[in-house]
Design a protein around this ligand. Structure first.
Ligand code: HQG
Length: 179
């Protein structure tokens, strides 16, 4: 299990943030060849066969990674800091979505809205539990309720990643309510 987490962290690093660390090239939508990943991961001491990769993809706690149909390519489903286009289509959101953050960010957020910071998108969830867990990573968690229906009616686009994370470019302050 420990090993799975270690491999998963390494995969997050090279598939979302620093592919150049092992000389990996992601295509426009973030995919890499499984063969190339296996080869290049060896340079950092990771010996990944297809069964190991399948196990990691299947058992990752947040289903962060996905294969294509014939298992020849793999990518992270969201969470990138490098420039790629995941190819998700705009999707109508539910009436409300949630965002978890930490108390120390709340003043800034209530002034300037939610910004994507280092990531491609602001990450939102369907439920408060997930928001709590996301916020808890940063400090004392605070959950924000987002009026997604009103945002969508005003023309803001939403996307949903393969692993069920709702994504937006930003959330202006008028759509944010403290819970
Ligand atoms: C905050 C995890 C001040 C924002 C999770 C957050 C998620 C502001 C932090 C995914 C701000 C950025 C993403 C503003 C936003 N002023 N602070 N105007 N606007 N912030 O980690 O949403 O494990 O980039 O509230 O499950 O915490 O990576 O974003 O606290 O889905 O798969 O700036 O990461 O997934 O932090 O987490 P992050 P996040 P993975």
């Amino acid at each position: 299990m420990k090993n799975v987490i270690k491999i998963s962290k390494f995969m997050s690093l090279v598939l979302r943030h620093q592919p150049e660390l092992i000389g990996l090239r992601l295509d426009e939508q973030g995919w890499v060849s499984v063969e190339e990943l296996k080869e290049k991961a060896k340079t950092k001491g990771y010996h990944l066969d297809l069964d190991t990769l399948k196990y990691v993809v299947e058992n990752n706690d947040k289903k962060r990674f996905a294969f294509n149909d014939d298992f020849s390519r793999i990518r992270a489903s969201q969470g990138h800091s490098i420039k790629i286009n995941l190819g998700y289509e705009p999707t109508l959101p539910p009436d409300f979505l949630y965002h978890g953050t930490a108390t120390r960010f709340v003043d800034a957020i209530m002034k300037e809205g939610l910004q994507k910071r280092n990531r491609h998108h602001v990450h939102l969830s369907l439920d408060l539990d997930t928001a709590y867990q996301v916020g808890n990573r940063h400090g004392k968690a605070v959950m924000l309720k987002i009026d997604a229906k009103a945002m969508s009616a005003a023309g803001y686009k939403f996307y949903v990643s393969e692993n069920g994370v709702w994504l937006a470019e930003e959330v202006p302050v008028q759509y944010i309510e403290l819970t």
